[in-house]
Design a protein around this ligand. Structure first.
Ligand SMILES: Nc1nc2c(ncn2[C@@H]2O[C@H](COP(=O)(O)OP(=O)(O)O)[C@@H](O)[C@H]2O)c(=O)[nH]1
Ligand SMILES: [Mg+2]
Length: 258
């Protein structure tokens, strides 16, 4: 057993203790789930650290400080618009992977926003004329409400505008049903920071599912994976839901920074 790597040794040792528990009739009813959960946590090569506090609390800036570089976009207000995953890379292998929403997912989000805004006869957004009409309708709502963050209705109108703009701008990168992925070279980004600028909250982030950075820093070297989120109270409902989803799913390998 001494020749095995430490994780395998721990696994084998814990499993033999659990086996002994099963053999002993008085201990058989003991709930071993917490031990199994802790074991998975202890031996996994990756450990996700989710930053899921309020929006504009300084999450992205703290991650930049931890990584000692201006990587993530950080600004006043709702600046992070998609899940940002940061993993370790060798110095000469830094890269970015962008994952887009599918056209079907974008349509579904757009139709839900249309319903909520009262554009009830919209069932798809594939025609340019429909997009133009919706953009005009959203602008009118924002004017009526007195600004894009003045009310829930105005925020939804702004979210729909960004989604439609992102869909129009990135149409060639979006697949009808799958989540298309691209390397940074496909977008002519020469470094991680350029990709981060592209993915900051706006029309591009509205159609991105996630962005993964492979970044060289000792903090990430032993399998720590940092996950930045828009924030649990992000003004755009979809972004807040995304943040909740990262902390609600009972994945054993996560630690939450709020
Ligand atoms: N003075 C001060 N400003 C901060 C601090 N952390 C973040 N900020 C500012 O707060 C704003 C929001 O930061 P950001 O990192 O984008 O917040 P996030 O939404 O939680 O990711 C930015 O304008 C930052 O410059 C801090 O520790 N001190
Ligand atoms: Mg942020």
């Amino acid at each position: 057993m001494s020749q095995l790597p430490p994780q395998c040794q721990i696994k084998a040792q814990v499993e033999s203790i659990l086996e002994l528990l099963q053999q002993e009739s008085t201990l058989r009813s003991y709930d071993i789930t917490p031990i199994q959960t802790s074991l998975i946590k202890a031996i996994s090569p990756k450990f996700e650290i989710v930053f899921a506090g309020a929006f504009s609390a300084g999450k992205s800036m703290l991650i930049n400080a931890l990584l000692e570089r201006e990587l993530l976009y950080s600004a006043e207000g709702h600046a992070t618009g998609t899940e940002c995953k940061i993993e370790y890379a060798q110095p000469d292998n830094e890269r970015v992977v962008l994952t887009f929403l599918s056209e079907a997912e974008i349509c579904e989000q757009a139709v839900a926003l249309c319903q909520s805004l009262g554009f009830t006869d919209v069932t798809n957004i594939k025609q340019v004329e429909i997009i133009d009409l919706l953009q005009q309708g959203c602008e009118a709502i924002i004017r009526q409400e007195g600004g894009e963050s003045k009310s829930e209705r105005a925020k939804q109108a702004k979210a729909l505008m960004l989604l439609l703009e992102g869909y129009t701008k990135n149409g060639s990168s979006i697949h009808p049903h799958n989540n298309a992925t691209y390397s940074m070279e496909a977008f002519n980004f020469t470094n991680l920071r350029e990709a981060a600028g592209y993915a900051r909250r706006g029309s591009n982030s509205a159609v991105l599912k996630r962005i993964e950075y492979y970044c060289h820093h000792p903090l990430l070297e032993d399998g720590n994976v940092i996950i930045d989120t828009p924030g649990i109270d992000a003004p755009v409902a979809k972004d807040a839901q995304l943040t909740y989803s990262k902390i609600q799913i009972p994945i054993h390998q996560r630690w939450y920074a709020c």
